[in-house]
Design a protein around this ligand. Structure first.
Ligand SMILES: [Zn+2]
Length: 443
């Protein structure tokens, strides 16, 4: 059955009505106030017309055509499905617990977290390390509910780098002839020298990685790499960038310090994860080269520090060493107007994953609600677009509400453009979650 869909085009301020041939819509969201992911002005009293999972028209509510189903947003705000640019659903428990558990159990834990991520309104995520290829496949096949996933695969790391999760008793990996269990299961992959880095990158691409994650400096959750260390020499970083570019995609690196960030950018890396200890010169370089900054506020706001005060003279924990840079980094990012992604880096326990939503309020110290919403939608979508031909969902745009975009939509109670913290209580304030035109949740 086909119907005529009326669309209004404003030409020289004169509305001209004409008809477009479209099949009967699957779903229409009507009486919507639309935040399109970019414009701070809402598009009032609108209807979003959805066919086969995508937005095919946006009209005035009064001109909405017939559809198989209509949902009345009742003048609530509709925003694009959120994107988390840095999260690890496939690391649902601590690494020590992963070592001591059955892979099927861990997969089910990951599936549980994936569903919870979607119920927080994140319809797309960039997985920044961990064995999420099977999780993505199960979600894409609709076996389980979860967000669209842009997987990185294993975190590629030098020996004693941030992705070297071996225990103290492990034998030297090069001469023992055995990989560690966390390497075999796809959490990290140790590679030294350009030759091994090339293979490690290609192994992830072969498995379906949409971008590559490398550790370029010291990290918190790894045991044998002080925060100040620089990891991977220039030739190794260049090898990774080269292999990724040959596949049409890019490299993101874990890095906190100016030295690690600069070396990565010079090698052609396009996304800097964390960057909390950055200096002003290096932030200028990020701005100049239009590299994405992918920082996190909430998990670096001291939540991992003990409640009791630091004992005078005692060494700072790794997390405290990094957290001291948070305010400085965000202030510089704002000053130099760099492209700031929205990522949360939650992983490791069922207690930590719900903190994903707290990133919204944590950023208010530096950014306006509109800026934060853009980061979590259209700016993150620009970052995902760097995956080029490796984008697994190329049929529609992500992170925006416009014709041709995926119908990944949220109806929000309250006004997130004024109070972005309404997104911190998704159970109550997300009235509707739509992913690819399918209703995930409806209050
Ligand atoms: Zn991470």
């Amino acid at each position: 059955m086909r119907i005529k869909l009326a669309a209004i085009f404003f030409l020289l301020w004169t509305p001209v009505l004409f008809a477009v041939d479209l099949p009967l819509a699957d779903l229409i969201i009507t009486h919507a106030r639309i935040f399109d992911g970019r414009d701070e002005r809402l598009r009032e009293n609108s209807a979003i017309v959805i066919i086969r999972g995508k937005i095919v028209a946006i009209t005035d509510a009064a001109l909405a055509p017939a559809a198989k189903e209509t949902i009345d947003a009742a003048n609530r705000i509709v925003i694009p499905g959120l994107i988390d640019a840095h999260i690890h659903p496939s690391i649902p428990v601590a690494f020590s617990t992963i070592r001591d558990n059955d892979q099927n159990y861990l997969a089910l834990r990951a599936a549980t977290e994936a569903r919870n991520i979607l119920l927080r309104g994140f319809t797309t995520i960039r997985d920044m390390g961990g064995p999420s290829f099977g999780l993505k496949q199960a979600i894409d096949e609709s076996l389980i509910e979860g967000p669209r996933i842009f997987p990185s695969g294993a975190i590629i790391s030098q020996t004693s780098g941030h992705g070297d999760f071996r225990v103290r008793s492990s034998e030297p990996r090069r001469w023992s002839g055995r990989n560690d269990v966390l390497e075999r299961q796809g959490y990290g992959l140790i590679a030294d020298g350009p030759d091994e880095v090339l293979t490690a990158v290609r192994e992830q691409l072969r498995s379906g990685a949409t971008q590559i994650k490398l550790a370029a400096g010291g990290g918190i959750s790894s045991m044998y790499d002080p925060i100040d260390t620089v990891q991977y020499v220039e030739a190794e970083l260049q090898a990774a960038v080269h292999a990724a570019a040959d596949w049409g995609t890019y490299v993101a690196v874990h890095a906190y310090t100016p030295a690690a960030i600069r070396r990565s950018i010079e090698a052609g890396v396009r996304s800097i994860e964390h960057a909390h200890l950055i200096d002003e010169t290096t932030m200028k370089l990020i701005a100049e080269r239009k590299v994405f900054l992918s920082p996190q506020a909430y998990v670096f706001s001291g939540v991992f520090e003990p409640a009791s005060p630091q004992i005078a003279g005692a060494p700072l924990s790794k997390s405290a060493q990094v957290s001291v840079g948070l305010d400085h980094m965000m202030t510089l990012a704002k000053r130099y107007n760099v492209k700031v992604a929205f990522g949360t880096d939650v992983f490791g326990s069922a207690k930590v994953f719900p903190w994903e939503s707290r990133e919204f309020g944590a950023r208010l110290r530096w950014f306006t609600p509109i800026e934060i919403l853009r980061q979590a939608t259209s700016i993150n979508a620009e970052l995902l677009a760097l995956s080029g031909p490796r984008n697994p969902y190329p049929e529609g745009k992500l992170g925006v509400i416009e014709v041709g975009a995926w119908a990944d939509l949220l109806i929000v109670e309250g006004n997130p453009l004024v109070d972005v913290r309404v997104l911190e209580d998704p159970a109550r304030n997300l009235r509707l979650i739509l992913k690819g035109g399918q209703i995930v949740k409806r209050l």
